[in-house]
Design a protein around this ligand. Structure first.
Ligand code: ADP
Ligand code: ASP
Ligand code: MG
Length: 456
């Protein structure tokens, strides 16, 4: 069996869904299980609807719900055969009626809880999975819909839920192989349900994670992530267009890149894949002939130090200083206890004897963190910073990487530098305005002579 995940742009329109059907058809013999994201920007639109509801903008959210229905109806009608139109209309009626009631309820209460955010944002994948199932039948692909909430069991941390692997794997194993023997199984990514059956989501971009959970659960031969770029590139194309495609990369490198901002892959995606040693491929649904990126345990050896450069913007840099704590033990413990208490995770850290600098990417509880830290240290924060992170297994055994980084960044103010304990990343913190300059300079420095075995 094979898991094929198609992201939002890959199912954004009738034409895109037709392309997807063609790609899946080409792999029918491998018994594909298809995981789909919400169509286009549907998740963002659902969240906008929720926000309009709590702001009491009734006309606005009603209009937005209508627009979303029109969009789904228009695109779906082009790919759903006449004999299934009644079924399509029923699916759309049921879902949009339910959604409207839910949104009205939230408007009355005037409060948006993580649980109700999940309930609303789940509609994107719930709809797209039905539309794609019906469309596949139109294109001669016998398909069957599976409600992901029946098989993906998560904890209760709504909007960021973690799968309960044991139960989930058991359900996937029990349900999918039998269904996939006859037809192409189509399910929504991103969504699941708690043990009590309450709808949950795995966090933004979570459909990639769904694909790898499913892949591991059914022991798939591969997990294919179909998206809108040719694969993992040597730099974020929205920051630096024209980077090289990385043909082969390790699980550890891919995980690090995803964690440090390469949106093409959800950071948790590789976890289930590594565990069962299943290759993950990143492929372009607009250019299916391109071989993409293969993520495996032992990739093709590479003679370059760096595989790719990732960026994470909107980072907050926190500087904590205490001369009273000079040489005192327990300083770090006290600091981390504060971050732990306010559930704020730290990405990068550098210390000197009396000060600690660290970065966080979610400042939601920064005011509380600052107040608690101020009881024993001086704290200053700087927003709009960015982490630029070089990733490559060879960084650890290539002499002079740090020297090359400083040489390349000689005109950029580097706020912090850190080489991760994994030794496969080297990160610098720069001001948000310097990101493009920094990435460009580092890319020029490290990809002067890309190894043709690894880079395209
Ligand atoms: P999907 O909807 O298919 O999940 P995403 O938008 O989540 O697609 O991820 C694909 C996007 O990731 C690309 O369009 C690209 O802008 C961005 N991206 C960031 N860093 C990288 C990188 N190193 N390589 C490829 N794409 C990247
Ligand atoms: N639709 C969800 C999102 O936009 C999940 C995904 O696309 O992976 O975040
Ligand atoms: Mg994505």
């Amino acid at each position: 069996m094979l898991v094929m995940k198609f992201g939002g742009t890959s199912v954004e329109s009738a034409a895109a869904i037709e392309r997807v059907a063609g790609i899946v058809k080409g792999r029918l013999a491998r018994r594909p299980v298809v995981v789909v994201s919400a169509m286009g920007k549907t998740t963002n639109k659902l969240l906008a609807i929720a926000n309009a509801a709590i702001a009491g903008q009734r006309d606005e959210y009603i209009r937005q719900i209508h627009d979303l229905r029109d969009f789904h109806s228009r695109e779906a009608r082009l790919v759903v055969p006449l004999e299934h139109r009644a079924e399509l209309d029923r699916v759309l009626d049921d879902h949009f009626q339910e959604l409207t009631e839910l949104v009205k309820g939230i408007a009355v209460i005037g409060e948006l809880t993580p649980r109700s955010i999940d309930a609303i944002s789940s509609y994107g994948e719930r709809l797209s999975s039905y539309v794609v199932t019906l469309a596949f039948n139109h294109y001669g692909l016998p398909a069957v819909h599976l409600d992901s909430r029946k098989v993906i069991v998560t904890d209760k941390r709504h909007t960021q839920a973690a799968p309960l692997f044991e139960q989930t794997y058991k359900k996937l194993e029990a349900v999918i192989p039998a269904m996939a023997a006859e037809k192409v199984v189509v399910m929504g990514g991103f969504i699941g349900a708690t043990e009590d059956g309450v709808t949950s989501t795995l966090g933004r971009g979570g459909s990639d994670f769904t694909a790898s959970i499913v892949g591991a659960g059914i022991g798939a031969e591969a997990i294919e992530i179909w998206t809108d770029v040719d694969g993992m590139l040597t730099a974020d194309p929205t920051i630096l267009p024209g980077g090289h495609r990385v043909k082969s990369i390790s699980f550890a490198e891919a995980a690090e890149l995803a964690y440090f901002g390469a949106k093409v892959l959800h950071p948790a995606t590789v976890i289930p894949a590594v565990e069962r040693n299943i290759p993950v491929l990143i492929l372009n649904s607009r250019r299916p002939e391109v071989p993409g990126t293969t993520i495996v345990a032992n990739p093709v050896p590479c003679r370059n130090a760096v595989k790719s450069i990732a960026c994470k913007r909107n980072i907050t840099l926190v500087n904590i200083q205490s001369s009273r704590m000079f040489m005192a033990h327990g300083f770090l413990r006290r600091i981390f206890e504060v971050f732990d208490r306010f559930e704020t995770s730290v990405d990068m850290i550098a210390t000197s004897e009396v000060s600690v600098s660290l970065t966080i990417d979610n400042p939601a509880r920064m005011a509380e963190v600052t107040a608690a830290l101020s009881e024993f240290a001086e704290v200053s924060t700087e927003t709009d910073q960015a982490i630029v992170c070089l990733v490559g297994e060879n960084i650890r055994n290539t002499p002079g990487v740090a020297a090359s980084v400083f040489q390349a960044l000689r005109n950029v103010n580097v706020r912090m530098i850190s080489q991760g304990a994994s030794l496969l990343n080297l990160g610098v913190v720069v001001a948000g305005k310097d990101v493009r300059t920094a990435v460009e300079a580092l890319h020029t420095e490290f990809f002067q002579d890309p190894d043709p075995e690894v880079f395209d």
